[in-house]
Each structure stands twice: as structure tokens, then as C-alpha cells.
Write a protein that binds this ligand. Sequence first.
Ligand code: SF4
Length: 329
Amino acid sequence: MPVILPSAWQAQLSGAIRDPRELCRRLGLDDSWLPGAEHGHALFEVRVPEAFLARMRHGDPDDPLLRQVLPLAAESEVVPGYVADPLSEADHTPARGLIHKYTGRVLLITSPACAVNCRYCFRRQFPYEENTPSRSQWETSLEHLSGDTSISEAILSGGDPLAASDRQLAWLVERLDAIPHLKRLRIHTRLPVVIPDRVDDALLEWLGATRLQKVVVLHINHANEIDDAVVEACERLKAAGVTLLNQSVLLRGVNDGVDALAALSERLFEAGVLPYYLHVLDPVAGAAHFDVPDEEARGLVAGLRDVLPGFLVPKLVREIPGGASKAPL
Ligand code: SF4
């Protein structure tokens, strides 16, 4: 039987740091804060790939990349209004692994895994085990898509959809390709950012083969996340005919200043990516310490308008449970 070796990105994914003490040690940081933070780690484990760690500043506990992945004692605080499923996604799942809450678009939970665990993630408590379909369960989702001609766009989400194998993704995209009323394939992913080697030849092969128009929505919150390897990954995606957009989350202690947000927009555009959305935080339990109040958020975007051309100013939005689309602030 032939031995299938993991790709370079898969080896990096399985070698990601999963121990908060190891994370601190590698960055030369004191870990005396950990006793209060272990509860957060137990609920939603630390996961940081080496390629992302390499972009953090050594010895700086306030590094904006570290802040996104480091559990803090504040995650254990019970804050009114912060709940396990802030977007009520469990109410919009007509088939296992399928979320249909917007007209014309459906979201397919393609992989439960992420390459990095972001502490503010609104799906940090989503029941992925209940929503990760087997191939036969995919057939039910595909039937739902085939039977509803109002759907023109399939969105691969997760977790991170690109954490699935290229074999699985090639199969799924080929099936989507065969649904005549589908026009677009959108992929929401953080993998090309945290492990740029994910954009390898095998991925570009199935992505390049589909007739569907392709949009990849990256998730980048700070300019320091974009190193040369990320720029190269973006160039490869663009060469495969992909439109690249970015969405960020406005996060206290990470990007809550005009300078940081302007630097992010500039750096994104240098990498060929358009800033698209700036989300206010979804009120998921354990993430209240990242919140930036609406008034302050509006002021930051007004500040961006003063220093950037309009096309580099992302739309400030909030996701409303049950809303027909994201709500501008
Ligand atoms: S779904 Fe996105 S935001 Fe949430 S942990 Fe995974 S990569 Fe981070």
C-alpha cells in the first residue's frame, strides 16, 4: 500500500504549538499569568503554527499577534450579553454542516479544524462535531443547493475550510461546479496567512480548474501578519484567478487605533488584497476583553477616512442574528 506523506503545510499544522507555557517560553515571556488563564485554554485550546509565531516580537507580551492567540484570565469572566452562540447559527442549519441564513448564499462548514485558535472567535464554542458532515451527509447539503435555484454562491467556511485535504476539497468543488445555478465560490480562510505554504500546487490545481468565479476572503487583523511569504501566497492565488478580499475584527489591544488600521489597509493593498469589512466583536462568551464600543469604532473609521483613499477604508459592520445581511454601523 503506498504511503501518503503529509504536505509541508499539513506537517506545520500538526506541529503547531498547543501549550501556552511553550508559547511563552518560545517568546521569552514570563508565564506567571497562566494559572488564571488555564480555564480559557481548557475550553478552547491554544493553537499557534510556527510560521505565525515567527512574526511575533520576542519578549513583548503586548505583541498584536500574540494578543490574538494567548488565553488570559479575563476569558473566565461572565459578562452579561456574551453567550456561546452569539449569531444563533444553530437555528439556521437545514442540513448537517450547512448554514443558510442569507438570501442567495449558503455556507458550508467544510472543516472543523483551524490552523490557529483566535481567542475572540465567534465560533469558539460552535458544536463542530455535530456539524462536520461525512461524504454521504454532504450529499444532503448538495441536494439542498441543487434544489434551490435562488442560491448563486457557495461559501466554504469552518473552522478553516482550507484545513481540509485537497482531495476532499477537489471532490466538493467539482460537485459544486456541476450545479448550474451556482456562479461563485467564496472561501473564508486564515490558513494562507498563518501557514502561507498552504497555497501549494495541489490547492491551485483544483482552484484553477473550477468554472466558478472565485473569491477568497482572508482574515488579517494587523499589518505585522503580512510577511513576504504571505505576499507570495496572495500572488499565487491571484494568478489562479482569485479575487482577494480581507475582513478584520476590531480588537482592543490589537488594532484599536487609526495608525494600526491604516497600516493594515496599506499593507493589504501592497499584497493585492482589498480591505472589505471591519467587524465589531461578536459577543461570544470569553471574549469581552477585546470589545471596542461602537462610538469609538465609528471614530476610528472616520479617522481612517481622513488618511486613506476611500477604497482602502473597510466597511464597519456588525453581524445581527437572523439579519438579512451584515448591518453597517
Ligand atoms: S474560525 Fe477563523 S477566527 Fe475562528 S479560530 Fe478559526 S481562524 Fe480564528
